[in-house]
Design a protein around this ligand. Structure first.
Ligand SMILES: *[C@@H]1O[C@H](CO)[C@@H](O)[C@H](O)[C@H]1NC(C)=O
Ligand SMILES: *[C@@H]1O[C@H](CO)[C@@H](O)[C@H](O)[C@H]1NC(C)=O
Ligand SMILES: *[C@@H]1O[C@H](CO)[C@@H](O)[C@H](O)[C@H]1NC(C)=O
Length: 367
């Protein structure tokens, strides 16, 4: 269709565009007012440091490529969410809940905890951890602190409704529960299909609880290929194969159930948006079958304390036996933020999630 604008209209539009870009340039405010992070070791940035647990990494060589050194991030450098918040225009990374204070919490908080799962029992053999249910409770504590800071209930609700809520959890419900049959019943009690149902049922309640606290923009990640980690290869020794099929197949029903769950939320909760993100990609050119650091810490899959890592982490997919390097995290962050492929971001990427404008049902109710 050809546009039929009068010269005066064209002029008005170009002035408007110039003003808009000037405004963007002048005050580089983030695309959303805040970003909250729920999850496990893939997202943890220090919440486990003070817990009594074998799932913590506040020691070298973790943080090898991070300016502040070891922080509790389970990687050599930045996590997926560190990259995404920069793309969204935030100046700082989100503080871990464990040491969040002051006004920083207005921009968002990171609640993620290594070894945590959708189920409370998941990861218990590793010691202290903060399961998803408890992360949601911690978010409620933060909401009351934000309410105190803003001193205006409707402004607080508006603020919370515009934030992005990132949820990446579930791997431990397999690695540190279902597939640890010496320690957990679930692997004997359920088929993989039944177990996916148990997880999805619980996850559905948890996401709805987050919605009830005022969350409206959800970025929810599926599970990656849990059978392709160096740790999985060393434990299961799949005889020349690049991955442990049993583990990957075990987790597949979860992803298959998660997509329709999010579709259902999008239909039911019309004032909210849920998007599905796939944390796998093409590792072309990277070493995938061994870790960069020398493992042996934690449950065997973490880096050995103070060990010397490989010379070039940028050539590896895995930093330790279970967690990717920052090179891989950056690739996944780029795809989550920008990808137009429905198999990577569905129905939209984080850039578009940030742009969504939703009707505010709680404002209508006040009238
Ligand atoms: C509270 O916030 C709302 C929404 O931002 C605003 O319209 C209202 O004027 C504020 N009230 C006070 C007392 O500042
Ligand atoms: C969506 O609404 C239907 C009908 O009320 C309900 O049965 C279903 O549980 C809801 N789904 C979710 C994910 O809340
Ligand atoms: C990893 O893969 C490479 C290339 O396929 C192979 O040469 C090497 O032996 C493998 N390393 C291990 C630890 O399996």
């Amino acid at each position: 269709m050809e546009s039929k604008l009068k010269p005066s209209e064209l002029m008005a539009i170009s002035v408007l565009l110039a003003l808009l870009s000037l405004q963007n340039w002048a005050n580089a405010t983030p695309q959303v007012p805040c970003y909250f992070i729920f999850g496990d070791s893939l997202s943890d940035s220090g919440n486990n440091n003070k817990l009594l647990t074998s799932a913590k990494v506040n020691y070298p060589p973790y943080g090898f490529d991070f300016p502040q050194g070891p922080t509790g991030r389970f990687t050599d450098g930045r996590t997926i969410h560190d990259f995404i918040v920069k793309r969204l225009g935030f100046k700082d990374y989100m503080p871990p809940f464990a040491d969040s204070e002051g006004k920083n919490i207005l921009n968002g908080v990171n609640y993620a905890s290594g070894a945590a799962g959708i189920l409370d029992a998941t990861g218990y053999h590793r010691g202290g951890r903060i399961p998803f249910n408890e992360q949601i409770k911690n978010h409620k504590i933060i909401i009351s602190r934000i309410t105190d800071l803003m001193r205006n209930d409707s402004a607080t609700k508006l603020h919370l409704s515009r934030c992005i809520y990132s949820v990446q959890i579930g791997s431990n419900d397999y690695i540190n529960n279902y597939f640890k049959s010496a320690l957990y019943h679930s692997g004997r009690r359920y088929t993989t299909q039944e177990f996916a149902n148990v997880l999805i049922e619980q996850f559905s309640v948890q996401l709805k609880t987050l919605y009830d606290t005022g969350a409206r923009k959800f970025a929810v990640y599926g599970l990656g290929l849990i059978g392709c980690t160096p740790d999985a290869l060393s434990v299961y020794r799949p005889d020349g194969m690049p991955c442990v099929q049993k583990l990957n197949d075990g987790a597949t029903p979860f992803n298959e159930r998660l997509k329709p769950l999010l579709d259902e939320f999008n239909r039911n909760l019309t004032d909210a948006k849920f998007t599905y993100l796939n944390p796998s990609g093409n590792p072309a050119g990277l070493v995938t079958n061994s870790s960069c650091c020398q493992t042996g810490g934690g449950d065997g899959e973490l880096c050995h304390p103070n060990s010397k890592p490989c010379r070039n982490p940028r050539q590896y997919l895995f930093w330790d036996g279970a967690h990717p390097t920052e090179v891989w995290n950056e690739m996944i962050a780029k795809s989550a933020y920008d990808s137009e492929k429905p198999e990577e971001a569905n129905p939209f990427n984080i850039r578009k999630l940030a742009m969504q404008v939703m009707p505010l049902s709680f404002e209508k109710h006040r009238l």
